[in-house]
Design a protein around this ligand. Sequence first.
Ligand SMILES: [Zn+2]
Length: 215
Amino acid sequence: MTRLIPTYGFIQENAYLHIDENSGSGFLIDPGADAERIIQFADSHHWTIEAVLLTHGHFDHIGALSEIVAHWNIPYYIHRAGALYLSNSRYNLSVYTGQEISIPIVSTDNKPSSGNAMLLDDGDVIRLKANPEFALRLIHTPGHTEDSSVFYNPGEQCAFVGDTIFKDGIGATHFPGGDTATLYRSIQDKVLTLPADTVLYSGHSAPFTVGERSL
Ligand SMILES: [Zn+2]
């Protein structure tokens, strides 16, 4: 089950709660802002959030990260290239918002402890502790940023695509680390090759399916 939570920071962004209905546990994807409202929403449903997954390190996807991982004592997962975006306000673009974000990677031992960044590579799988069959695979899809990734859950037939692709467009490529040719390749080879009925949840559009899109 997936619930969209619109967040209202410097710009509007979609956070998602991705919950295994058997265990009531799950993941939070891209908490852009509004930590308190996200926490209250999960708590009101008695869901246990085991970790945060980040599709990339732009400010509008990470604004509530520190508060949330501290509140629930959970780790967060991001592609290895995201370390630069999290820690550098020019890369995560928060330098332009008047509220700079810099999240240093405190440990690189990749142990899933509280507040730790878990740096992932293409193909790595994140399993829910409460139900290991509920699992998402990180697919590295650079182009919008160097660290952009899709989290694909074949069992739930859905994927979280961040700003790589939207219902009616594709991600911007003029920010640090962006590259248009790379983005096209990522979308063509790694997103549109998923099964046609896969539901795609993006950072800034309504959900859509792979079958509805072409480049
Ligand atoms: Zn972005």
